[in-house]
Design a protein. Structure first.
Length: 448
C-alpha cells in the first residue's frame, strides 16, 4: 500500500511539474469535472468565479464546479461530502483541522509534489503546513500578516505624524500609547488625562484590535520577547512574564488609557472599518486582508504601518491552507488547478489587497512586486509595511505546526482572553489557569 501511495505521489509530482511549463501542455484524454470548495466574502466569491473562468479558458479539458460554502458551515459540509464518498478534489481547509485530516488520510501528501515543482518549492518556508516529520499537506492559500491601518485625516486633525511603515522605525509602546491618547477625544474634545475627560462619551477612539480572535493579540507577545508555546510544542508559555506583560499592556489600552473600546463598547459600535471611514477611529490593528475593504470605501484616506513594538518589531504570518483531497480520481486536473488558483497573475485578489503572494520572488524581484503592489489598493508605504515586514519580522502562527492548537485556542486560550478583556479576571491569574488547562491537550509538533 505504501508503494502504491508513493507511486501516486510521484506521478502527481511529474504532472504538476509539467503543468508549470506553460499553456502548451496537451489536454487530457477526456474532459473531467473538478469539485472545488471554498469560503469567503461576496467580493472573494466574485474573484474566485473569475479565476475559475480563466482556468477553464486556459484548460478546456477541465470543468470546475466551484462551490461556495459559508464559513460557519464549511467543515460540516465538506465532512459530509467525504462521508458520502464524494469529497472535493481541491478546497480550502481551516488551519485548525488540516494537519489532523491529513494524518487521518483525508488529504493528499504533497511532499513529493512540492519537491518536484520549482514554483511550489520556492514558496515562503513559513507558509508550509506539515502533518508529520518531513510530510507536507501544502501551503496556506496566501500569505497574511497583521499590521496597523490608520486614517490620515484623523492624524492630520490631531497634528500628529503618521505611524511608521518601516520595521526599523516602528513606534515603541510608549510612543504608540502617547499618540493614541492624543487621537482619542470625548464629546467635549478632551483627551485621556485631561481634566473632566469622560470615557463614557468618546467620539473618536485612538485604536482598536480584534479582542475575540487570537491573531489580534499574539503578535504582541512575540514583540515583547515572549513565546506562546515551547519549542517542543508540549507546553504553553502564556504564564511567563513577557506574555503576561504584553497582554496587560493591551488590557490597559481599554481600561487604563481609555484609547480603545472595551468589548461591551465594541458590541454597541459599528464595525471598525465603518468607524475608520467616519473618522471615529484613528488606528485599526487588523490583518492585511482588510485592505480589500478599506480600498472599496469611498472617501477614506487610509495608510499602512507596522505594529508598534514592545521590545522588537514583530508580526505573525497566518493563512488557512488549500489542499488536494485524497482519492481524487483526477490527479492531473487537480494539480493544474491547485497551482493556478492562487497565482497572482490569474487572481486579482492579490492586487485588490485580500491576499499576499506565496512565492519568494514576489518579495524580492521588482517586476514581480509591482504586479501585486502597484495599484490603488496598496498605498506607497505598502512595500515597507508588507514586503519588508514579512521578510524581517513575521513569526509563524503555532497553528502551522503545533498539534491540537486550534482546539487549544478555542477551548482554553480565547475563553481566558475574554475573561481578561471584560475585566472578569486578572491577566496573571487567567493566563496561569489557561497554561495549566492546556497542558494535557498539547502533544508536540506536527513537523517533528
Amino acid at each position: 500500500m505504501k508503494t502504491i501511495k508513493r507511486s501516486a505521489r510521484l506521478a502527481l509530482a511529474v504532472v504538476l511539474l509539467a503543468a508549470c511549463q506553460g499553456p502548451s501542455l496537451a489536454p487530457t484524454a477526456a474532459p473531467v469535472r473538478l469539485r472545488f470548495t471554498y469560503w469567503g466574502s461576496p467580493v472573494e466569491k466574485e474573484a474566485i468565479e473569475r479565476m475559475v473562468a480563466a482556468f477553464e479558458a486556459a484548460n478546456p479539458d477541465i470543468q470546475v464546479e466551484a462551490r461556495h460554502i459559508a464559513n460557519s458551515e464549511y467543515l460540516a459540509q465538506v465532512a459530509a461530502m467525504i462521508a458520502n464518498g464524494t469529497p472535493p478534489d481541491v478546497g480550502y481547509l481551516f488551519e485548525t483541522h488540516a494537519p489532523q485530516w491529513a494524518s487521518d488520510g483525508k488529504l493528499l501528501d504533497l511532499t513529493d509534489i512540492v519537491a518536484a515543482d520549482p514554483a511550489l518549492s520556492a514558496r515562503l518556508p513559513e507558509t508550509f503546513y506539515y502533518f508529520g516529520p518531513g510530510r507536507q499537506l501544502g501551503t496556506s492559500t496566501a500569505v497574511e500578516i497583521m499590521l496597523l491601518f490608520y486614517n490620515r485625516e484623523v492624524f492630520e486633525r490631531a497634528g500628529l505624524p503618521y505611524p511608521p511603515s518601516s520595521p526599523a522605525a516602528a513606534w515603541d509602546w510608549e510612543e504608540f500609547v502617547g499618540a493614541a491618547r492624543r487621537l482619542t477625544t470625548d464629546a467635549a474634545g478632551r483627551h485621556p488625562g485631561d481634566p473632566d475627560f469622560d470615557p463614557e462619551q468618546i467620539v473618536t477612539y485612538g485604536v482598536s484590535f480584534e479582542t475575540g480572535l487570537w491573531y489580534g493579540y499574539l503578535p504582541f507577545i512575540y514583540s515583547n520577547g515572549g513565546e506562546v508555546v515551547n519549542e517542543a510544542g508540549t507546553g504553553l508559555l502564556l504564564d511567563q512574564p513577557a506574555a503576561v506583560e504584553a497582554v496587560q499592556r493591551l488590557f490597559d489600552l481599554m481600561w487604563v488609557h481609555h484609547v480603545m473600546p472595551t468589548p461591551e463598547q465594541q458590541r454597541q459600535l459599528p464595525a471598525s472599518d465603518v468607524l475608520m471611514q467616519t473618522g471615529q477611529l484613528a488606528m485599526d490593528i487588523r490583518g492585511q486582508w482588510k485592505l480589500l475593504d478599506y480600498a472599496s470605501m469611498e472617501g477614506l484616506d487610509y495608510g499602512l504601518a507596522v505594529l508598534p513594538q514592545m521590545q522588537q518589531p514583530k508580526t505573525i504570518i497566518l493563512g488557512s491552507p488549500t489542499v488536494i483531497f485524497a482519492g481524487t480520481p483526477h490527479l492531473d486536473a487537480a494539480a493544474r488547478f491547485y497551482k493556478f488558483h492562487n497565482d497572482p497573475q490569474a487572481v486579482d485578489l492579490y492586487a485588490r489587497g485580500l491576499w499576499m503572494p506565496l512565492e519568494q520572488k514576489y518579495y524580492s524581484d521588482p517586476q514581480a512586486m509591482a504586479l501585486w503592489l502597484d495599484n490603488p489598493a496598496h498605498p506607497p508605504e505598502a512595500r515597507a509595511a508588507l514586503v519588508d515586514y514579512t521578510l524581517c519580522c513575521a513569526v509563524r502562527s503555532p497553528h502551522f505546526y503545533v498539534k491540537n492548537f486550534g482546539e487549544i485556542t478555542t477551548e482554553v486560550i480565547q475563553p481566558a482572553m475574554d475573561a481578561i478583556w471584560s475585566g472578569r479576571a486578572t491577566v496573571g491569574a487567567a493566563l496561569s489557569q489557561a497554561t495549566a488547562a492546556a497542558a494535557p491537550m498539547l502533544a508536540g509538533r506536527w513537523d517533528r
